[in-house]
Ligand binder design. Structure first.
Ligand code: PMP
Length: 363
């Protein structure tokens, strides 16, 4: 009838709790200095583009390899592991979703930092997983001792990002091992989306820890956010669980173009080294320049940094930058409301940012 509310009528109850993604962070403004979503400021290797073009001319009418074998072999060779210890998916967001489904739906809360990648809580909402947000310490660092529980079954698992986002702070591998040892009966997921910008990868620990799952993405250090490729690394029993979840959702998560481009990214090691080194170098320069302007900069091992000005409102600073065509990220979360998260751009972009901030602070 005329009074039917289609959302109430047709949506299943679980949908009402889901929050739509607001694509406001990808506006189409010319000459934008885009330092708000932690993309790589450099384009991918030209070999990636060539490989995608070649793949587009070949067999696109055929389904791709459902197991992404060539990519898993390339990843395994890069990290010195076996291809059957790798699970690839359509961006690490998708792999994370499968991992939450496969490992964290216990009747106990999943532990995660109170300040971390926002999608972890989104996946908890999607799958009805209870979680406990464990506070960062006063220096905005993850305190691994806070994740230990006397009962090894008291929690449903642990997820952390290392380096963490949006803080950029990294834990040493000894702390990751402490975390793994404190949760012998649950999966500890270590999201290393930003590890190539100066962190230490826990991939070298997978042989010793059957509960360790490490997440990587090609969106950051490989400049392929537009391709949507990520992967998880762990012992075979964890990978098999992810394969079962995947097979129940989508037989072919990675298309032929994504597979070809991702494999080629691992074949151009020089490009990878050049671009990640350039980003790390710019990060150090930007840190000093922002400190000169009076900002406090959290020590970052990622391609972004969390900064705050002791006397300026962060939301107002972000708005003033936006008026000048420079996008940075401001979070309304209480713990970080006084901070801006700034992705490291090219030297020119960093310079434009520093100059704009100088003008804004002087006004
Ligand atoms: N993990 C973290 C910590 C991230 O910041 C991001 C990117 N926003 C992702 C995972 C997801 O990356 P992608 O889906 O592009 O692989």
């Amino acid at each position: 009838g005329a009074n039917v509310n289609p959302e109430e009528t047709f949506w299943s109850p679980a949908i009402r709790g889901l929050v739509p993604y607001v694509p406001g962070e990808q506006p189409k403004i010319p000459n934008l200095v885009k330092l708000n979503t932690n993309e790589n400021p450099y384009p991918p290797s030209p070999r990636v583009v060539q490989a995608i073009a070649a793949a587009a001319r070949q067999d696109l009418q055929l389904y791709p390899d459902p197991r992404a074998t060539a990519l898993r072999e390339a990843v395994a060779a890069h990290h010195g592991i076996h291809a059957d210890q790798v699970f690839a998916g359509n961006g690490s967001d998708e792999v994370l979703a499968h991992a939450f489904f496969a490992f964290f739906r216990h009747d106990r809360p999943l532990l995660m930092p109170d300040v971390t990648y926002s999608f972890y809580q989104v996946f908890c909402g999607l799958y009805g997983i209870a979680f406990e947000a464990v506070p960062l310490n006063a220096q905005m660092q993850i305190q691994v001792a806070d994740y230990a529980r006397a009962d090894p079954l008291a929690v449903g698992g642990v997820v952390i990002a290392n380096p963490n986002a949006p803080t950029g702070c990294a834990l040493p591998l000894a702390a990751i091992e402490q975390l793994l040892q404190s949760q012998p009966r649950r999966v500890v997921l270590v999201d290393e989306a930003y590890v190539d910008f100066g962190g230490d990868s826990a991939i070298q620990l997978i042989g010793r820890y059957p509960n360790l799952l490490v997440m990587h993405t090609l969106s950051k250090s490989r400049s392929l956010a537009g391709l949507r490729v990520g992967f998880a690394v762990g012992q075979r029993h964890l990978i098999e669980a992810l394969e079962r979840v995947k097979d129940s959702f989508n037989s072919y998560p990675l298309g032929r173009l994504a597979l070809a481009g991702a494999v080629a990214a691992y074949e151009d090691h020089a490009h990878f080294e050049q671009t990640r080194t350039a980003v790390m170098h710019s990060r150090e320069g930007l840190t000093l320049a922002l400190e000169d302007l009076g900002f406090e900069v959290l020590p970052s091992r990622a391609n972004f940094m969390l900064v705050r000005h002791p006397r300026r409102d962060a939301a107002l600073l972000a708005a003033a930058l936006r008026e000048r065509g420079i996008l940075v990220r401001h979070f309304k979360l209480p713990r970080v409301a006084q901070y801006l998260r700034i992705s490291v751009g090219t030297p020119q972009q960093c310079e434009a940012l520093v100059q704009a901030l100088g003008e804004i602070l002087a006004a």
